[in-house]
Each structure stands twice: as C-alpha cells, then as structure tokens.
Design a protein around this ligand. Structure first.
Ligand code: GTP
Ligand code: MG
Length: 356
C-alpha cells in the first residue's frame, strides 16, 4: 500500500512523515519545493500476527507494509498554471490514497489556522487539474471525430468524460460520482486526483490537540479524519525509552501511535482487511479489499495459487484463540473448507490447496 502526504506548504507534512517513519527529514518553515519527495516504509502492526507467532514459532514473521511519500507543499494555482508537473502526476498515480495534511497550529507568516478553507483549496486544486485533463482529452476526441475517425469506443468515452466534466464544473470531486461497469472500464486508464481515495490528517498544535471535536465533526462529513499533534508526535517517535513515550502519550490522551492511527484510518478509507497465513516457515498478515473471495486472496499470495485453486482451508483467528490449537479448532468443528467464491473475513486464517 502506498499513501501520499499532501497539503499546503508548511502544514507539517514532513513533521508527520518523521513521526510516522521515525525519519529525520529536514523540517523547515517554507522549504523550497524539492523535486524528490521523502519516502519511507512502515510496517503494519498486527497483534494477531504476534500471538500466532508465539504458537507456531515460525522461521519468519511478515507484516504488511505501507510506503509513505512526503510531497513538497504545492502552491495554490498549481493546476491552473498548466497542471501539476509530469513527475508529480506520475508520483500521484502510484498512490493508493492521499493523506491530506491540514495545518491546525498558528504559523507566524500566515497567522491563525484555517483548516476547512485549506481543505477546500486542495479539493479545488484537484478538481481543476482533473478538469484540465478531461477537457484536453475531450478536445482530442472531437478532433479525431472531425477527421472521420469516429468509433463507438470514442463516442462512449466522450459520454463518460462529459458526465465527469459536468461534475467538475459543478466544483464537485469525481469520487462522488457513480459509474457502471463499462464506464469504470473506460476511465480506468485515467488517474484523476479528485477520484483518488483521501483521508485527512488534522495537524493540531500541542495546546489544541484533543479539543477539536466540532472541527473534526465538520471534516468527517466529507472525509475520514484523524488528529495528530505533529511536532509532539515527531519528538515522541524519537524517544528510545518506550515506557517514557507511553507516559507522554497518556498525558496527551493519545490512544495509539501515529503509525497505528494512520494505518487503521488507511485501511478504513480503502476498505481493506487482513487475512493470515500460518506455519512453521512463516506467519504472515496479508492485505486485501473487503469483499474479496478466497481465489482473490490466493492470487494476492501468488498467481499460481489462484490459477490452480482447489479449495481454501479456513478458520478464524478468534476461534483459534478460543480453542487454543489447530487440533482443537478441528475437534470443535470450527475448521472449514471453502471454495473459490467464499468471501474472506478480516482475521481469517487461510491455507490454499492448489495444483498447477
Ligand atoms: N506548532 C506546531 N508547529 C508545527 C507542527 N507541525 C509542523 N510545524 C512547524 O511548521 C513548519 C513546517 O513544518 P514541515 O513539517 O516542514 O511542513 P511541510 O508541510 O513539510 O512544509 P513544506 O514541505 O515546505 O510544504 C516547521 O517550522 C514546523 O516546526 C505542529 O504540529 N505544531
Ligand atoms: Mg515538507
């Protein structure tokens, strides 16, 4: 999974990047927009993996990972000035979601925070960039049609793009539009910014942290949102003494680490769940889309497993913990054989039988 920290300059993206990844990237007021973003990989903590590893004592324990990309702040009007750069758009393309970082602390240069207005600025920028992309594609289609290259495919594409154009002209994100199967297929090659799943990180000052329920409520009408105390949490992530860090967190009434809160919010935003595989070689958690089938899960492990799928042997983590062993799970009739179409649940422990 890949999440991009994005937002106005000086909103604390790099501070939060450091808090999440225990990195030491330079934090400066109004840094020059750099060409290359900061990138680091975090592991997704999962207690279930830890517990299972105690039972199986595997040679290897593997957690899912999330790549965090910290982009330089963009300036208002980026889209209008001919769009985001090709490099930027390429970088955005590979993201699963944006984490929009909004400033909720006083800044000497720009003064008091305006988080709702800032979010609107970002959204408008995305919408403008998408509108430019849609209009230029529509222009090309019209040009082709005029020159006698009209095809049913081009006409279908034009219809979807016009539908998108109306939405964008209404200053609304593409994410709110519903598309049917064939429409989805037509636009799957385009990477619209206002279509990408997004969550919001409200970056509050230490003194305001935890006192923003009204604001968080307003933001949550449109986005999933989490609150961070950026500077505080960056310093927290540098503490080598875990107990000391816990005490500071308790003091601030922070329930989980920045990393765990972002992970959870990302999974919710993207509709992801985890299934598990166990054995003497490896205990591992895997990420898949909610609603995925056993054969999808098999394919996420290896394409051969999906191709030669016979059945999935399955039991839930909860049943395993309640019963205490795989044998007890079987004895109590909680061990299941599932076919290709089985919908995988969060916390399912799967073993795929296959033949190729
Ligand atoms: N009070 C307070 N200041 C913060 C917080 N987060 C960041 N800052 C300050 O804001 C300034 C910019 O922080 P960065 O983390 O570099 O912000 P950025 O969004 O990465 O900035 P650009 O990359 O230049 O767009 C620094 O002076 C930080 O100390 C916070 O949570 N509270
Ligand atoms: Mg930065």
């Amino acid at each position: 999974m890949k999440i991009g920290l994005f937002g106005l300059p000086n909103s604390g993206k790099t501070t939060i990047f450091n808090a999440l990844t225990q990195s030491d990237a330079e934090v400066t007021a109004y840094a020059k927009a750099k060409a290359a973003p900061n990138i680091a990989v975090i592991t997704v903590a999962d207690e279930r993996v830890d517990r299972l590893a105690e039972f199986y004592s595997p040679k290897k324990i593997t957690y899912p990972t999330i790549e965090i990309v910290d982009f330089a702040g963009f300036s208002e009007g980026s889209a209008k000035k001919g769009g985001f750069s090709g490099d930027q758009l390429t970088a955005f393309k590979s993201l699963d979601a944006f984490a929009l970082v909004v400033r909720n602390f006083r800044d000497d240069l720009t003064g008091d925070p305006t988080p709702l207005k800032d979010l609107e600025t970002i959204e408008t920028e995305f919408i403008l960039a998408d509108l430019i992309a849609v209009e230029s594609r529509l222009e090309k289609i019209r040009w082709s049609c005029k020159r006698g290259k009209k095809t049913a495919e081009l006409e279908a594409e034009e219809r979807v793009l016009k539908k998108i154009e109306i939405q964008l002209n209404d200053t609304r994100p593409i994410r709110e539009l519903a598309f049917d199967g064939s429409e989805k297929k037509i636009i799957s090659g385009f990477q619209y910014l206002s279509k990408k799943p997004s969550l919001v990180i409200l970056n509050s000052s230490e003194s305001a942290f935890g006192k923003n329920s009204g604001l968080l409520g307003e933001i949550s009408e449109k986005w999933r949102v989490i609150e961070f105390a950026g500077t505080f949490e960056m310093e927290l992530s540098k503490l080598s003494d875990a107990e000391e860090a816990m005490l500071f967190m308790k003091d601030m009434k922070i329930s989980d680490s920045a990393r765990d809160r972002l992970t959870q919010c990302s999974y919710e935003t993207l509709g992801y769940i985890s299934f598990l595989t166990v054995g003497a070689d490896e205990v591992r958690a895997w990420t898949i889309q909610q609603g995925a089938t056993a054969v999808d899960a098999a394919g996420s492990i290896h394409s051969d497993l999906a191709r030669g799928f016979i059945r999935a042997e399955c039991f839930s983590y909860k049943d395993f913990i309640e019963c205490g062993s795989e044998k007890a799970v079987k004895d109590q009739g909680r061990f299941r054989l599932e076919g290709k179409e089985y919908t995988v649940n969060d916390g399912d422990i799967l073993s795929i039988r296959f033949s190729v």
